[in-house]
Design a protein around this ligand. Structure first.
Ligand SMILES: NC(=O)c1ccc[n+]([C@@H]2O[C@H](COP(=O)([O-])OP(=O)(O)OC[C@H]3O[C@@H](n4cnc5c(N)ncnc54)[C@H](O)[C@@H]3O)[C@@H](O)[C@H]2O)c1
Length: 345
């Protein structure tokens, strides 16, 4: 079977990771990259890949089957549309776009052209989350009651050397919490209301360093989320789930889902339930599953190839990612207004 021919647009932090993951992949290969910076050119040379300063020239010359777009958020719509106009499938890094309107425009462009578009909410490709979703959907937890998600970590001071990370839009709500919001949507369904508060009291930048949100799900469940980039703590998915080697893994839970018949923790996948009588004076039992470990970025590449081949439908479509983006922006809107924000807006 021939490998799916891909290009990567933008080879900064995550674009490079995609190139490295694709190197080991049996189903796809990266044939060229585009990034106008000297660092981008040097990376291409080191990886022995063709390099283009202009991504449109690369798309026209290389005619790939798919493009991984890993450029800054503000460029996502223009770059995505350029691929779609050429009939080239898109794996768009998250967030799908800079605004909900742009996200909808990109999704419509792909639909109209009949070109596949998937969005890089890679945690959906983690077998731990997949298994957790199966447990929720099997009804084993009963009726969903609540969700608690922790995204508390400490980003080193050097992370903030780049000015945009100290300004509005560059904070942990849009960069990190969006992943946890997407996870909870994937597990429990649509979010219909968001309340939130935030603080910048520790770092003192123009953007939040900490935020807390309360979610109402369409099925009636309630959720609380805390995100902070100035908390010396292990309770965040990146450290707990062991998805990437540069995050030293910690054996802790970060997501807690309760239901009327049982509850579940992630990523350790403990399921708590009553074997006999059900009541807070009765003994609870706990059982634990260890799913086979799969690198979600590797699995996402396999999925992208399958979507291009027409054998799978997107695990995270443009519409899905737009709803995650809308719920994430709702956190900022709720902070600004001091009021609950109802979704969809
Ligand atoms: N899924 C994840 O876990 C994850 C992790 C990190 C970043 N991201 C997302 O990936 C995207 C990139 O983030 P990053 O941290 O890699 O940023 P980055 O700044 O490290 O890299 C972006 C790269 O895009 C290049 N670029 C800018 N304009 C370009 C253009 N017109 N053509 C080609 N290249 C261009 C820049 O030169 C830079 O090298 C963002 O949307 C971000 O939210 C996702």
């Amino acid at each position: 079977m021939s490998k799916t021919k891909l290009v990567v647009i933008g080879v900064g932090a995550i674009g490079r990771m995609h190139v490295e993951r694709a190197r080991l992949h049996p189903q796809c290969e990266v044939v060229a990259v585009s990034d106008p910076t000297p660092a981008g050119e040097a990376f291409a040379r080191a990886e022995n890949l063709r390099w283009f300063a202009d991504y449109t020239q690369m798309l026209d010359e290389m005619r790939p089957q798919g493009a991984i777009v890993a450029t800054p958020n503000a460029t996502h719509l223009a770059v995505g549309v350029a691929c779609i106009e050429r009939g080239i499938a898109v794996l768009m890094e998250k967030p799908i776009a800079d605004t909900v309107e742009q996200a909808a425009a990109l999704t419509r462009a792909a639909e109209t052209a009949g070109v596949p578009l998937i969005v890089g909410h890679h945690r959906r490709h983690n077998p731990i989350l997949r298994h957790g979703r199966e447990i929720v959907q099997s009804g084993r937890l009963g009726k969903a009651v609540s969700a608690v998600a922790m995204a508390t970590f400490f980003k080193p001071d050097s992370y903030f050397d780049m000015a945009w990370r100290r300004e509005k839009g560059g904070g942990p709500v849009l960069i990190n919490l969006i992943h946890d919001i997407d996870m909870l949507r994937y597990l429990l369904g649509e979010i219909v209301q968001v309340q939130a508060v935030s603080s910048n009291k520790v770092r003192g930048y123009g953007v939040e360093d900490t935020a807390a949100a309360v979610l109402t799900f369409e099925n009636g469940a309630l959720g609380t989320l805390v995100v902070s980039d100035c908390a010396a703590a292990p309770w965040n998915w990146d450290l707990a789930a062991g998805e990437a080697a540069h995050y030293p893994q910690q054996r802790v839970n970060t997501h807690f889902i309760t239901g009327t018949e049982g509850s579940m923790t992630l990523p350790l996948l403990e399921i708590w339930s009553y074997r006999g009588k059900k009541g807070w004076h009765d003994p609870l039992s706990v059982e634990m599953t260890t799913p086979h470990r799969v690198d979600p970025y590797h699995e996402q590449l396999r999925h992208f190839s399958a979507v291009i081949a027409g054998t799978e439908t997107p695990v995270c479509s443009g519409d899905d990612a737009t709803r995650t983006l809308a719920a994430t922006f709702a956190v900022h809107r709720a902070v600004a207004s001091g009021e609950a924000v109802t979704l969809p807006v």
